[in-house]
Design a protein around this ligand. Sequence first.
Ligand code: UD1
Length: 371
Amino acid sequence: MSVVGARPNFMKIAPFCRALAKHPEATHILVHTGQHYDVRMSDSFFVDLGIPEPDVHLNIGSGSHAEQVGRTMIEFEKVVRAEKPDWIVVVGDVNATCACSIVAKKEHVKLAHIEAGLRSGDMDMPEEINRLVTDRLADLLLTPDRISNENLRAEGVPESRIAFVGNIMIDTLEAQRDKAAARNVTELVERELLESRALPALPDNGFAVMTMHRPSNVDHIDILKPVVDFLTDEVASDMPLLWPIHPRARKQLEEFGLWNKVRERIILLNPLGYHDMLRLNMGAKLMLTDSGGLQEECCVLGTPCLTLRWNTERPVTLREHGGASMLVGNDVGKIRAAYREVLGSPRLPQRPELWDGHTAERIVDVLLARA
Ligand code: UD1
């Protein structure tokens, strides 16, 4: 039984479903907790990435962390008791991951975690708590890079539980790269505009892309306003700036009275499907983001990436490890200095070890060997 809940889970489960389907000896039940539920945050990824229709949908929806985790545990426990799986496979670090991991172990079901061992060291991040809980409970920790192996060893995880398999997100990137490359940037931007407007020319290497949705960036006006001012007054006057906007970021901008300035200066888009986002990343001169997955995709595509965070659980994507990302936090002086520095940087694609598009097959092999 595998579990997905929120947008960043979907690109990780797609290759796993495909690889497992090649083994008729294994029965697979896919559970969607429903943490994300909008068509653009959920259903579109199932269609675009060929993920099978979930066998079970828990319809949990939004709420506080305790509400989401609590409701997910209550509903998931019923499913586990009814289906009695041999293994439960969770991915990533969202609330669904943590909630279903706790249920798995309390029901004495073996637990595997895809994307184990990532650590930001920042306990203010809800995802860090989810990672620590999940990895402490998991019987099989499937890691994306060697730094994650080291993190787990330092926490005393026995070697027998760790399997270094590579980054499953890159399986999806490689499988979908050609389809994304065939898209026309102007066409997709026109189609996904949040509000109709005249568009500037959007040649490859002539526009910037940003995403920002983390509570640490968007929940406090003292932090959000100076960053928004820098983006609207400086970046957006140097080149067209595209922002596919997450529902929570929009809500916060409206609440803080920043929405009008943003919609005038930044080209706002709906939350994008997988291929559209990949195409924008392929053509962007620069990415500004607080997303973990985008740091990884920028690394493989070589897109210079200013990571709007003070720490990262994905250090392998940083420049000091050969990647494309620079940590710039949310201090405008630091963001501006890094922005000027990377503007002249060439695209430098980088492929960390085992980010080769075949991680899902390795995961299924490890899992079946332990079934
Ligand atoms: C969650 C993950 C985060 C991930 C992000 C990607 C946790 C703790 N966080 O954060 O790691 O980077 O997903 O999107 O699990 N909403 C909608 N429609 C939806 C889903 C959400 O409008 O389909 C709105 C609701 O107002 C909701 C808010 O977005 O309250 C936040 O959603 P939630 O799932 O709680 O957290 P994310 O910020 O999306």
